[in-house]
Design a protein around this ligand. Sequence first.
Ligand code: NFS
Ligand code: SF4
Length: 641
Amino acid sequence: MKRTHEKTVDPAAAEALAKAAKLSISTAYDRHEEQEPRCGFGETGLCCRICDMGPCRIDPFGDSPSRGICGANGATIVARHLIRQVAAGVATHSDHGHDIVRTLLLAAKGEAQGYSVKDEARLKDLANEWGVATDGRESNDIAIELAQLALGQFNQQEGEIRYPALRAPNATLENWRRHGLIPVGVEHEVVETLHRTHEGVDADYRNLLMHGFRTSMGDGWAGSMLATDFGDVLFGTPTPVRSQVNLGVLKKDQVNIVVHGHEPTLSEMVVAASRDPELLKLASEKGAKGIVVGGICCTANEILMRQGAPVVGNFLHQELAIGTGAVDVMLVDVQCIMPAVVEHASRYHTKIISTSKKARIPGATHIQFDEKRAYDIAKQIVKEAVENYANRGVTDIPQHTSDLVAGFTVQNTFTHLGGKYRATLRPLNDGIIQGRLRGVAAVIGCNTVKKTQDDSHVRMVKELIANDVLVVQTGCSATACAKIGLLKPEAAAEFAGKGLQEICEAVGIPPVLHFGSCVDNSRILVALCEILREGGLGDKLSDLPVAGAAPEAMCEKAIAIGFYCVASGVYVNYSPAMRILGSKDVTNFLTNEVEDITGGRFSFEADPVKAARLMMAHMDKKRAALKLKPLMYASAMEPQG
Ligand code: NFS
Ligand code: SF4
């Protein structure tokens, strides 16, 4: 059995796990062990369940059988299942993006209670970019036209999705066109993935994987990008904001509502409702000193960056939060919600409330969300929490919190870097060109029980910043590093290399920038385009000394993100590896051959420090190709303790 320190490096989680063990309450870590030993065919991707003549399995060591009943070989089987996972990830982010665009449309028509265009400047910028007239028009009018165009991006059947031509550098765009990597529409490519991977269709692993890359572009350069842009219009563009993270943000003497999932639509309203005088009065009548709304998973990041709401934790905290006995309601919408929360909550007074028609969990209370009555529904949910406060038993909240700054965006990082009056990325580019900074790394993604919680995120990011790499983060990875204090400006002095320290001090930013939720990885793509546009670092995205990593990845969304980053020309270390290692051909295509096509590639190094060094070696290779000055300080990659 795994010992607690092998399960997590987070002291709050360690306390909560110890308590769950004492009470014999099962957590994901226990259920992970119950699943051992794992099937080697499944783990290496060599099990095919595509048709009902199967399942078929391929011997990974090359002995018989080397093909399934239909003749599909290992590479075909692995590639087929992998791109189905890509398509699922794309569908997930895109459906989320779709719902945000739709909410803006309803809001602009006056049909979504409590929502309106919050950021008119952002709306106008987008309209100008998309060629929608703004002169003399009401913002609702503009929003309606823009939202309708955006909805068309999902089911468009011809041409190209819009953002690549609007935002990507020409050389990258031309390369995508040469290789047919731009989706005609988001949904079409997902449908085509399902068609191609049906029994007896595409058997060429390269052809399958290239379609996977094309499909993934519909996430990064459409679904997620639309979620981010239209989310900013609807809820406001984030600005840097201070808050706190970890289980200690739950309060013994207040009503605690944990919002868990992904879409900001409902959680924004719940935050607003928690400030409603009527509900605050009710809370006080019940003996509570106030109402806390904190998040788990990406909903946390959404309300953190826009409202400064505290973060309760990342993916593996969902059960642990309930285990404090202090959660009056856990409100869930879609994605990354373990059905186990219901079982866990049954041992406490916690009410699990599901809200999406797409995601019901047996045993949860369902309150159907509806944009048309959003504020009323949010109030109803907050009221349930307030009323449940009195039913609490003993609470036991691990007293650990850490401060962080979040809410960086392409727009405001510009302002920061350029000083108050000049919004420009010039200081960043100059820092890289002169060798003060080695490059930029995006460290993102989930937690997984296959690794020690947070350990890989933290060790990778420490290694990178110590060697003068500016790190940007999103999702559960940002939460992991926030928990140990890497996301506050003071972290620069303690953890960053000298060159990065100088930049952070001059500009007043932390060495690790929180860029938001997982759909906000699209902000990172836009930032890369802007860095390139600023000049001096080449002419295509793959020229930049940058790299990405998902060091504790666990879901199909993470695979889709990895794919669109590699398609965009980025080097990505992904761990634990996807289920592909059973096919040498597929592995070689993803880690090697694809670089000749997109300029990006995958690696699957599991050790986070070694992976960080691979990422930096890639940056150094790009620096050499650009003939940049030698690094000012971090000439050698020093191992960090
Ligand atoms: Ni991203 Fe965010 Fe977390 Fe992974 Fe899940 S919450 S959408 S998928 S686990 S980082
Ligand atoms: Fe077996 Fe081919 Fe059917 Fe897959 S598609 S289960 S390899 S027969």
